[in-house]
Design a protein around this ligand. Structure first.
Ligand code: ZN
Ligand code: CU
Length: 489
């Protein structure tokens, strides 16, 4: 602390969002060390004084749905998240985690034997953001049974899988995730999901699921998820709630009604969402599930709807659709897909134009929805959600479209997210909470990334602090890495 100063940092006169949805209040916020020391009229001086007049001060955004497991190690500055105001990420979504031993969906190779080993590694090699981890059912199933075994687990295998999840929960994982369109998650019958989710629930963790079908079969998937929730009695999180493919548009009205009915019946269910009408996944998964052959149970795609986002060995393909590549190569778009897969395999991520704006807004407006980017940190033209999810909600959906009011939108990125994932003293601005903070200009905050140019810096995010340390100022990273692993308490 500077001589004569009572606080390390005081941010003065901003409109403060507490993180739980109540109206903003003009106040000063003072920080000592890594914690908020005072909120209100703060007469004492700060070693650093920041003028927040005309700005909003919110808890740092919590990205509850990420695939940043490896990126936070290989690029610990993690600018894609820090520069949009994120101070905490939850990794291990969609069934894939670094432990036990997996490396799918996130590049980098290798692996960790346990979630505990991963969190220890993060403690020794800090990143700029705080990191909480889910353990992925797909990674557990791969370790015990294998990636491509289309059969139920034996009782001995089930016991071994349970032991992995128990270990992860004991290590401080915040819950379990599944990815039921991917290998090997899609081979797991409902009973296996119940069995695994039960272990997470018994430890007080959440069960987050990328459901079996987000297209025509959306409602059956939601029903399955709610049955699991009912049986385990634990928290359940529907990942990236959406209706994908023209044949499914509008189904979210019914899936939301099912969620409402379940909540009324005492089921603890919520969902997360990214604020775009395009999705992103592995090209391999699209092809394998018959998406380009008219045989998918989820949705049918045309080659023009499939844009290459990551092709690390052939960056010249990035930013082109399968239809455009086919035209270049003198083949059909379907043949182009095979050629891309030959060259890239599991490294190829695609962006799929599959949703409708009305559904995105309907889901966002529902009280069960919180925000998560589902960004995939791979390739030269990743889906812009990786860099722009939170500014896009605040700019496009709050300021321009009025889908949510500002305090409510902030709560869905902070306090409600922390509560959901068991992150203690995070996601709120109050005395004693950790000083994870973001100062932004509510008139200017906006996503600036496009599908052609997705990795730009968002507008209007002025300062970001993690554990009391400034990690970003005026759109530039400070180089500080004060992030910590967050273990479920
Ligand atoms: Zn997913
Ligand atoms: Cu995901």
């Amino acid at each position: 602390m500077a001589a004569g100063a009572e606080y390390d940092l005081v941010i003065r006169g901003a409109e403060v969002a507490g993180g739980l949805g109540r109206p903003l209040l003009a106040a000063d916020v003072a920080v000592v060390g890594d914690r908020i020391a005072a909120v209100g009229d703060v007469p004492g001086r700060g070693g650093v004084e920041v003028d927040g007049t005309g700005k909003v001060l919110a808890p740092g955004f919590i990205d509850v749905h990420t695939h940043d497991d490896w990126a936070v190690l290989s690029e610990p500055d993690h600018a894609c998240k820090v520069l949009q105001g994120c101070t905490t990420i939850v990794v291990g979504n969609c069934g894939t985690s670094v432990a036990p031993g997996g490396d799918r969906m996130v590049a980098g190779g290798g692996g960790f034997a346990t979630i505990g080993g991963y969190l220890d590694h993060l403690a020794a090699n800090p990143a700029s953001v705080n990191t909480a981890a889910l353990v992925g059912h797909g990674s557990v199933r791969t370790a015990v049974i294998g990636l491509r075994d289309d059969r139920p687990a034996t009782p001995a295998e089930l016991a071994a899988m349970r032991a992995h999840v128990e270990q992860a929960m004991a290590d401080g994982a915040v819950g379990l995730s599944t990815g039921l369109i991917y290998e090997p998650g899609k081979y797991a019958p409902e009973a296996e999901l119940q069995d695994m989710a039960e272990v997470a629930a018994a430890a007080g963790g959440i069960y987050a699921t990328h459901m079996r079908n987000e297209g025509r079969g959306l409602l059956d998937s939601v029903a399955e998820t709610l049955r699991v929730a009912q049986r385990t009695g634990g928290k359940v999180q529907i990942s990236h709630h959406k209706a994908s493919g023209r044949g499914a548009w509008g189904l979210v009205t019914q899936s939301l009604a099912m969620i409402d009915a379940a909540i009324e019946a005492g089921v603890d269910v919520m969902a997360d969402q990214y604020p775009y009408t395009r999705g992103s996944t592995l090209l391999e998964q699209v092809v394998r599930n018959g998406g380009l052959d008219g045989t998918s149970e989820e949705e049918d795609l045309t080659p023009g709807q499939v844009l290459i986002g990551a092709a690390p060995h052939h960056p010249e393909w990035e930013g082109l659709t399968l239809a455009e590549l086919g035209a270049q190569w003198g083949c059909t778009g379907r043949e182009a897909a095979d050629r891309v897969l030959e060259g890239e395999g599991r490294a190829c991520m695609v962006i799929l134009d599959t949703m409708t704006e009305a559904d995105v807004e309907t889901v966002m407006a529902h009280p069960s929805t919180i925000i998560g980017s589902d960004g995939i940190p791979l390739g030269g033209k990743p889906h812009p959600r990786l860099h722009h999810t939170f500014p896009r909600v605040l700019g496009h959906y709050v300021r321009e479209r009025h889908v949510l009011d500002l305090p409510d939108a902030i709560a869905r990125m902070t306090g409600r997210s922390a509560l959901r994932f068991g992150l203690v003293d995070r996601g709120v601005i109050r005395e004693g909470a950790f000083a994870d903070l973001v100062l932004f200009d509510p008139a200017a905050v906006a996503d600036t990334g496009t599908f052609a140019d997705p990795t730009t810096v968002p507008a209007g995010i002025e300062r970001v602090w993690v554990n009391g340390v400034c990690v970003a100022a005026d759109g530039a990273h400070t180089g500080a890495r004060p992030g910590r692993p967050l273990r479920r308490g």
